[in-house]
Design a protein around this ligand. Structure first.
Ligand code: MTE
Ligand code: MOS
Length: 774
């Protein structure tokens, strides 16, 4: 079996219930941890009384900010996020009090007995208000090239507009969870559901006021994360650690779904304003965009997310004059955070809507306008931030997908269908994705690994990446097996643990396999060079020759041999035993850092990305004109993953990412009431895609024949880019809406395009028709 065909390591375990999540781990004398959080969006705490609750039977500890032995902070990059509120709360869901109790029932009762009184303060609950109040959370950012102001004045056509894109709830199946187990002295072990164990370790150490070497964080797997556990998995870990430290007993916190949705941050809402200038042919000559994001009450990752939005503002298009302004605003909502795409989707959707408008204005096929503006191969290939695009696959993917999806013929068929149907309309759209791979904070692009070979010939691989369902561990297993030339059954990927590989970066930015794959290979290379020496001695004496060189030694088929003498093989297990007896170390660490990337934030220039991943999608939808409901009929995707590390897993990532994007652009609408209470905090009001939302015809193909030089096994990252392929669905819906009045008017449209938005949009263009007639 090829290691590229390895099944996801959890495939059997998940469906048979054997996979272990944090909440499946129990410790002796474990307590239940509960978080009491603010019901007010912005208020002064005028009274906090825990006396009655403390006396309750079964309650072991009740903690407030005064009981934090270390620093009262859990902000990941900027320390502006309190672990427990002091005398003011700034969002609904902010933790105020922690309870440790013998039972869940006791914890609930205690919560009811805690008295907290508030004096309400003024709130900012939406972006319009935040912009009016100029409640910037960080200085504005700018990326600029060419001459924007002059070109806007001289451009033959200029369209300006505004676009709102909505928040999105992560809806990982495993809610935020942590189990903290105190050890000897100051030691603390955390079983975490965190994409970033090293940061969980740092935050736990800080709130407890102890050193990092006292804290071990272990992550077996997450039941989904999608960016929601890049920083916010730290919070439950810090709270559980505080309770475990105070009680000296293990404490588990496992948030209820509703609590999780209310207190954690989401994808950033954006309100964006743009002007786009173009010629009669449809060539874009100037683009000016202001991206405004809702950061929530604290900074969290908002700066980096805004940066990625800005670095994706032009998507796949070469534009000579560009100005991108980025603002992140503070509001009284839970701090918004990473979500698959990390701002990229919010930046890209603005240019995609603008390009669509250009096509409608010129009465041309939007796909053709897109192609016309794609980055060039050897010229017109410099991004607004100065990075030169090499290995641009956009043009060849466009040709391939246009043909395989039958785009042109289907557009004609749809036009006919629409003339024949009054109450249902169909629409189609092709959209491209170009997504930069690397952390834009350059130093984060590093990874480590620890590989142990035991003297029974089995191997344990530990690396800094975490498994959240994306199949990273399976890919690492494949790489380790191939590099060592042994069967995967001999190798185990152990849980991620901060004591095995220190100072790791979050498993994020889709770069988990790029970074950790290279680190694993580096560790194995070291072990192989040691084992090669042993093999050389052994083969020389067996074959009675001195003429074998180290470069001739091959590790394959669970054995080691010289290419010149392939019949004389040393079984891998035997070689390992020999090495052990010869007192050779069978353990090695590995390390990798991405070469040649940098970015100057002040100048807005640099080479932030090691390479780009490309994808393209064609989607066709049908809209019910009377209800506004839409149905996704067919999607064709062509996606570039270089030489795939594991095609089944990559296809799963593409399908899953795309459908998650479809949710964001169609049904996933987050609403708060006027006081800042989340109204959509359970699956009955918050609609993520179900199996019925998967298109009936769903053709996903990997681009083949284009290896990505310079990465592990010439592969490309795949985790996030496919999410943005869902713009094809959003714009296909708009196309269907515009068909209601025969594409004569430009429908107003926002994201998500819920049935309500679609219906309003249809009503509006109908009115435009009446306006023309009257
Ligand atoms: N796939 C699954 N099944 N579950 C997840 O939580 N997270 C996504 C993506 N795919 C996620 C997923 C996000 S946000 C990222 S950044 C990448 O996986 C992270 O993993 P990678 O770097 O190994 O691709
Ligand atoms: Mo992914 S949003 O980078 O965790």
């Amino acid at each position: 079996m090829k290691t590229a065909d390895l099944k996801h390591d959890s495939a059997i375990k998940h469906v048979t219930g054997q996979s272990v999540y944090v909440n499946d781990i129990t410790a002796n004398r474990q307590l239940v941890g509960r978080v009491v959080y603010s019901p007010e969006a912005h208020a002064r705490i005028s009274l906090l009384d825990i006396k009655a609750a403390s006396k309750l039977n079964g309650v072991v500890a009740i903690l407030t900010h005064k009981d934090i032995p270390g620093i009262n902070q859990m902000g990941p990059v900027i320390h502006d996020e309190l672990c427990l509120a002091i005398d003011e709360v700034t969002f609904i869901g902010q933790a105020i009090v922690l309870i440790a109790a013998e039972t869940e029932e006791a914890a609930f009762k205690a919560e009811k007995l805690i008295r907290i009184e508030f004096e309400e303060l003024d709130t900012i609950l939406d972006l319009h208000e935040a912009i009016a109040e100029n409640s910037l959370i960080a200085p504005p950012r700018l990326i600029e090239c060419g001459n924007v102001d002059e070109t806007l004045l001289s451009a033959p056509h200029v369209i300006s507009g505004e676009l709102e894109s909505g928040a999105q709830e992560h809806w990982y199946l495993e809610t935020q969870s942590a189990l903290a187990i105190p050890g000897e002295g100051k030691e603390m072990l955390i079983h975490a559901s965190s994409q970033n164990p090293a940061e969980t370790q740092a935050i736990v150490a800080e709130v407890l006021g102890i050193a990092k070497n006292e804290v071990d964080v272990e992550v077996r797997r997450m039941g989904g994360a999608f960016g929601g556990k890049e920083t916010q998995g730290n919070h439950v870990a810090a709270w559980a650690a505080l309770l475990a430290n105070a009680t000296r007993r293990p404490v588990g916190i496992h948030l209820f779904r509703d609590d999780d949705q209310k207190i954690t941050g989401k994808r950033h809402r954006f309100l964006s304003k743009y002007q786009i200038g173009f010629n009669d042919e449809g060539k874009i000559i100037v683009y000016s965009v202001e991206l405004n994001s809702d950061a929530g009450a604290a900074t969290d990752l908002s700066r980096a997310i805004l940066e990625r939005a800005m670095l994706h503002a032009e998507n796949s298009y070469f534009i000579p004059n560009v100005r991108i302004v980025g603002n992140a605003f503070r509001t009284n909502l839970p701090s918004n955070t990473a979500f698959r795409g990390f701002g990229g989707p919010q930046g890209m959707v603005v240019i995609e809507t603008a390009v669509d408008k250009i096509a409608r204005f010129l009465k041309k096929d939007p796909a053709e306008i897109r192609k016309l503006n794609f980055y060039g191969i050897s010229q017109k290939n410099i991004t607004p931030y100065g990075e030169t695009i090499v290995n641009n696959h956009l043009h060849l993917m466009y040709d391939q997908l246009l043909a395989s999806s039958g785009y042109k013929e289907r557009r004609l068929q749809i036009a006919i269908f629409n003339t024949e149907h009054e109450f249902v309309k169909r629409g189609i759209s092709l959209t491209p994705v170009k997504f930069g791979i690397s952390f834009t904070t350059a130093f984060l692009n590093q990874a480590g690994a620890l590989v142990n070979i035991y003297n029974d010939g089995t191997v344990a691989v530990n690396h800094g990446g975490t498994e959240m369902g994306q199949g990273l561990h399976t890919k690492m297993l494949g790489i380790a097996a191939d590099e060592l030339g042994v069967s995967p059954e001999l190798i185990k990927i152990s849980p991620t643990n901060t004591s095995k590989v220190p100072n790791t970066s979050a498993t994020a930015a889709s770069s988990g396999s790029d970074l950790n794959g290279m680190a694993v290979k580096n560790a194995i290379d070291k072990l192989k060079s040691r084992l090669t020496e042993v093999a050389l001695d052994e083969l020389k004496s067996k074959l009675k020759t001195d003429s074998i060189l180290a470069v001739q030694i091959v590790f394959a088929d669970n054995s080691v041999f010289a290419v010149s003498h392939p019949d004389t093989k040393i079984p891998f297990g035997e070689l390992v035993k020999l090495a052990y007896l010869k007192q050779i170390s069978l353990s090695a660490t590995g390390f990798y850092k991405t070469p040649g990337i940098y970015f100057d934030r002040e100048l807005g220039r640099g080479n932030p990305f090691y390479y780009y991943a490309y994808g393209m999608a064609v989607s066709e939808v049908e809209v019910d004109v009377l209800t506004g409901e839409s149905k996704l009929l067919r999607t064709d995707i062509l996606h570039d993953v270089g030489d795939s590390l594991n095609p089944e897993i990559d296809l799963g990532q593409i399908e899953g990412g795309f459908i998650q994007g479809v949710g964001w652009v169609t049904t996933e609408e987050i609403k708060w009431d006027k006081k800042g209470h989340l109204l959509t905090h359970s699956p009955d009001t918050y609609k993520i895609p179900t199996v019925n939302d998967i298109p009936l015809h769903f053709n996903v193909e990997l681009l083949s024949g284009y290896p990505n030089e310079g990465t592990i096994r010439k592969s490309k990252a795949v985790g996030e880019p496919p999410l943005m392929l869902a713009f094809s669905v959003w714009l296909a819906i708009k196309d269907a809406v515009s068909a209601v009045e025969n594409h004569e008017f430009e429908p107003a449209f926002s994201l998500p395009a819920t049935a309500e938005v679609v219906l309003k949009s249809i009503e509006e263009i109908k009115k435009m028709r009446l306006g023309v007639r009257s």
